[in-house]
Ligand binder design. Structure first.
Ligand SMILES: [Zn+2]
Ligand SMILES: [Zn+2]
Length: 66
């Protein structure tokens, strides 16, 4: 099951993932594996919540509100 193509964000040839939301092919750098989305969708969907690992949160950052 190889995916042929370029990362649609940086155009590197080593794509490994397909975004569940927009269907873009993205490389590892542009893949948010926690959400199963490309980084662009991940930042749009974003928000606090569900799958944020508390250890990855920088100090002093409060909850975002939309
Ligand atoms: Zn990329
Ligand atoms: Zn996407």
């Amino acid at each position: 099951m190889s995916v042929a193509g370029l990362c649609e964000i940086c155009e590197r040839p080593d794509v490994d993932h397909t975004c569940d939301r927009c269907g873009r092919l993205v490389c590892d750098r542009h893949w948010d594996r926690e959400r199963g989305l490309c980084v662009e969708c991940a930042s749009e969907v974003g928000g606090p919540g569900d799958r944020v690992d508390p250890e990855n949160l920088p100090d002093g950052v409060d909850t975002y509100r939309f």
